[in-house]
Design a protein around this ligand. Structure first.
Ligand SMILES: Nc1ncnc2c1ncn2[C@@H]1O[C@H](COP(=O)(O)OP(=O)(O)OP(=O)(O)O)[C@@H](O)[C@H]1O
Ligand SMILES: [Mg+2]
Length: 255
């Protein structure tokens, strides 16, 4: 997967190279609409890329009148594609160079964002929540001025983690980064596997559920949604991931 990100980075560099030196990005976006240009990113399937733009537009529609959008990507059970969607969504938003994005790995059970972006292991959100690091210590730059990343940090026991997700330090973190970035995207563990995900959900502006097409049962999705609702999470949409076309795609699009 990191190969894909290398390809993305290379394609963006080439694109910038054609336009001259990268412009300095204001952390506070002045123009939400950008120039309306769809950024074509090498290494991404075009339909997948389009669906990420659709997701980004849905987030903008659902979370209005806010200087920043703080969104959680989750799913009912493991392996539905949360990290893939969160990582590429962050990349796609950052690629238009008008909006700054912070991607935070709160998938403590299966953290993979660091590996995905080729970052070394180090201090992350858990270390900050435990008071063993400050916010400035855990921010990694993936693409200067537009995409920063916070990895999960040192592995700790689940029982240590859960109360931290509802702590004053977590609330302070969210408030602080939402003042600095246009989008803050949290990758998380599955709702039914990790109670800390539901605990975190009401602190978000919105929650996006990833559903693996043809695999996750309706009752399972419903149970996860009920858990989020119970905690006060604001479900703003879902993503049907890995949808297969049973008839050729160009025909499918016409029927
Ligand atoms: N749209 C997609 N097309 C092809 N492969 C995909 C797609 N989405 C996810 N995958 C693959 O499926 C696997 C699981 O994806 P991912 O790690 O994103 O899931 P997850 O929900 O984050 O899992 P976990 O619950 O373990 O954190 C990965 O190998 C990933 O590359
Ligand atoms: Mg994951």
């Amino acid at each position: 997967m990191s190969k894909i990100f290398d390809a993305l980075r290379k394609a963006e560099k080439n694109r910038r190279g054609q336009k001259g030196a990268p412009k300095k990005i204001s952390r506070k976006r002045k123009n939400r609409s950008g120039d309306g240009r769809e950024v074509i990113i090498g290494g991404l399937d075009r339909d997948f890329s389009r669906s990420l733009y659709t997701l980004r537009n849905s987030i903008d529609t659902e979370i209005r009148d806010k200087g920043s959008r703080v969104v959680m990507i989750t799913s009912s059970v493991e392996g539905e594609g949360k990290t893939t969607i969160a990582g590429f969504l962050a990349r796609v938003i950052a690629a238009n160079e008008m909006e700054s994005v912070l991607l935070v790995d709160c998938a403590i059970k299966s953290s993979r964002i660091g590996e995905l972006f080729g970052l070394d292991a180090g201090k992350g959100i858990v270390d900050y929540l435990l008071g063993e690091a400050e916010i400035g210590d855990i921010i990694n730059t993936a693409d200067p001025g537009v995409l920063d990343i916070v990895i999960s940090g040192e592995v700790r026991q689940q029982s240590v983690i859960q109360p931290l997700f509802n702590s004053d330090r977590m609330q302070f973190f969210i408030r602080d980064v939402s003042e600095k970035y246009d989008y803050v995207i949290f990758d998380t563990s599955a709702v039914l596997d990790a109670p800390e995900t539901s605990i975190l959900s009401p602190q978000m502006d919105g929650v996006v559920m990833v559903v693996r097409a043809g695999k996750t049962k309706r009752e399972v999705i419903k149970r996860a949604m009920m858990m989020l609702n119970k905690q006060g999470g604001n479900l703003i949409g879902s993503v049907l991931n890995r949808k297969r076309y049973y008839i050729p795609e160009f025909i499918y699009k016409r029927v």
